[in-house]
Every structure is written in structure tokens, then in C-alpha cells.
Design a protein around this ligand. Structure first.
Ligand code: NAP
Length: 292
């Protein structure tokens, strides 16, 4: 079994981005600028946004965070989005999800200028992605494609099973892997909470992508020998043996599944580091106006 080392692949890509920024600087260009809007004080969201700020510094981008209280109204947030849409110094921005319950996230996503939508969640960008047109790709699926590419995983003609159909992971990665493109051409099956006998489906998978949001959901019996397994899940579970009393695991029962597959992503250190890295790649594209 070969481990797909997301930490190393992410570090390699960030080094490449940093070198590009240095080259751009030599030709007199300003630094690419990524902004984030954070509403409320959800601890996980604060950590994610902090990670994005840190990653910007690492590659030489400017990074800004606009913080708003949880009481912010949808109208106020839409005004803030309009402000960033029109700020020529900001190449791309994200609105960190989830938003407080009184704000309709889809209304906010639709208000983002698609040319600055580096999360790739705007319907225009989802539409372009679906039509196989150049566009920003949602960060986690984009990161998964990079992992597969840089690990030399052949996708053409392979059976791929995706567990989960969320707008941010399951749905876009299913579309991407089914597209008629170098990193696609898979035969994709999507499973969700109403799928009957999931094991029957997953045992046919040459490439299995787990994004169900349930710790250790994928067990050894569900995996075809020699499969490539990509684990998107992130969960903190109690672990009395650990100093902190808990540990991070994925949607896959790594210890038992690892022996059975040809390649697998660990958690942590697999898909996670790739997500912010993909956002940086999208920001570089926004700066260069690659998709205008
Ligand atoms: P989500 O929005 O909760 O979606 C979960 C999907 O799994 C849904 O489509 C759901 O089906 C399906 N599902 C739930 N229970 C199931 C079951 N028993 N059998 C089959 N399908 C089932 O989750 P998400 O946002 O896609 O995230 C998935 C996991 O990835 C989470 O652990 C999340 O923390 C992690 N994540 C990690 C990264 C990263 O950077 N590594 C990024 C994003 C998310 P229905 O549609 O029928 O409800």
C-alpha cells in the first residue's frame, strides 16, 4: 500500500505558487490578494480562516479577513460582498460557511462576482465546471484532482464511487471525475443516505471517495482489493490513549482498510492540506484573470 501524502503534495504546490509570485513581482506586478468574510465566532470557521491567512503569507499573497458579528443581517452581508466585488485590490474572496441560520447562504453565494468566486460555489462557476469549461473549481474537489494527478493515479475507464453528494465535495468531485478530460473519464456512481446496500456498490470501486461525514464509515469489507481510497472526512473522536484525550480520524477505518487498498490518503495529512492549497491556486487564477 502506498500512502498519498497530501502534506507533501500541498507543500510542493505552495512552493511552486511562491516561485510564481516572486516572478510576478520581478515584472512589477503587485501581490495576489485573497480576502475572506467571517460571520460569527464558530471556532472551526475561525481556525479555517486563520489557516487561509497563514497560507497566504506562506506563498507571498496578501490576505485580508473581514470579521462580522453573528448578528449581522443578510442585507448587511450582501453589502459587504458588494464592497469586495468592487474593490480592485482584491482578486478573489470567500465567504466562510456555514453562515448563521438567519442568513440564506445561497443568496450570499449568488451575490459574489463569479470572476472573484475563488471558492467556485457560484452557480455560474458550477455550471462552467459541469460543461467542462475553464473555471474555478471548488477547493476540496480541486485538491483531490491534484492528489490523483500528482500520485499518477489513472482515472480513465475506472469505476469511481463517491460517498456523499454535498455541494462542496460529493457533487462536484462526481462531475469532475466523469468529465471528458485527462483527470476524468471515470464511470462514476454517487451514493447518499438513501442508497441501498452501499457495500455492494463500493466493492466495485477502483477509486473510492468517502465524503459522508461519519467517522470510520468505510470498513474493510466495503473496499475492493487494490482500490485507491480518498478519505475526505475529518472528525475528532475520543481517544483515552492520546495525551489530548482525542484524535482526528476520517470517514474511512484507515487501520483496516489500508492493508487492502493500493493507495490511500491519511487523516490528517491527506485531503485536508490540499483544500487551502487549491484555494491559493484559484486565487492565482483570479489574479491572472485566467477565466475571464
Ligand atoms: P455533508 O454536507 O454533511 O454531506 C454528507 C453526505 O453524505 C450527504 O450527501 C449525505 O446524504 C451522505 N450521507 C450521510 N450519511 C450517509 C449514510 N449513512 N450513507 C450514505 N450516505 C450518507 O458533508 P460534506 O460537507 O460533504 O463533508 C463530508 C466530510 O468531509 C465531513 O467529515 C467534513 O468535515 C469533511 N470535509 C473535509 C474537507 C477537507 O478539506 N478535508 C472539506 C470539506 C468537508 P444525503 O445527501 O442523502 O443527506
Amino acid at each position: 500500500m502506498e500512502l498519498i501524502d497530501g502534506k507533501k503534495i500541498a507543500a510542493d504546490i505552495r512552493t511552486e505558487i511562491a516561485a510564481t509570485v516572486v516572478e510576478l513581482g520581478k515584472s512589477g506586478a503587485r501581490r495576489p490578494h485573497l480576502a475572506a468574510i467571517l460571520v460569527g465566532d464558530d471556532p472551526a470557521s475561525s481556525i479555517y480562516v486563520g489557516g487561509k491567512e497563514k497560507a497566504c503569507k506562506e506563498v507571498g499573497f496578501d490576505g485580508s479577513v473581514y470579521r462580522y458579528p453573528a448578528s449581522t443581517t443578510e442585507a448587511e452581508l450582501l453589502t459587504a460582498v458588494g464592497f469586495l466585488n468592487n474593490d480592485p485590490d482584491i482578486d478573489g474572496f470567500i465567504v466562510q460557511l456555514p453562515l448563521p441560520a438567519h442568513i440564506n447562504a445561497q443568496n450570499v453565494i449568488r451575490a459574489i462576482n463569479p470572476a472573484k468566486d475563488v471558492d467556485g460555489f457560484h452557480p455560474v462557476n458550477i455550471g462552467k465546471m459541469t460543461l467542462n469549461l475553464p473555471s474555478y473549481l471548488p477547493a476540496t474537489p480541486f485538491g483531490i484532482l491534484e492528489l490523483l494527478k500528482r500520485s499518477n493515479v489513472e482515472t480513465e475507464g475506472k469505476n469511481c464511487v463517491v460517498l456523499g453528494r454535498s455541494n462542496i465535495v460529493g457533487m462536484p468531485i462526481s462531475i469532475l471525475l466523469a468529465r471528458n478530460s485527462k483527470l476524468g473519464n471515470c464511470t462514476v456512481t454517487i451514493c447518499h443516505s438513501r442508497t441501498k446496500d452501499i457495500g455492494l456498490v463500493t466493492r466495485e470501486a477502483d477509486i473510492l471517495i468517502a465524503a459522508v461525514g461519519k467517522p470510520h464509515f468505510v470498513t474493510e469489507e466495503m473496499v475492493k482489493p487494490g482500490a485507491v481510497v480518498i478519505d475526505v472526512g475529518i472528525h475528532r473522536i475520543p481517544d483515552p490513549k492520546s495525551k489530548t484525550g482525542n484524535r482526528i480520524v476520517g470517514d474511512v477505518d484507515f487501520e483496516n482498510v489500508a492493508n487492502k487498498c493500493s493507495m490511500i490518503t491519511p487523516v490528517p495529512g491527506g485531503v485536508g492540506p490540499m483544500t487551502i492549497t487549491a484555494l491559493l491556486l484559484n486565487t492565482l487564477s483570479a489574479f491572472r484573470k485566467d477565466f475571464d
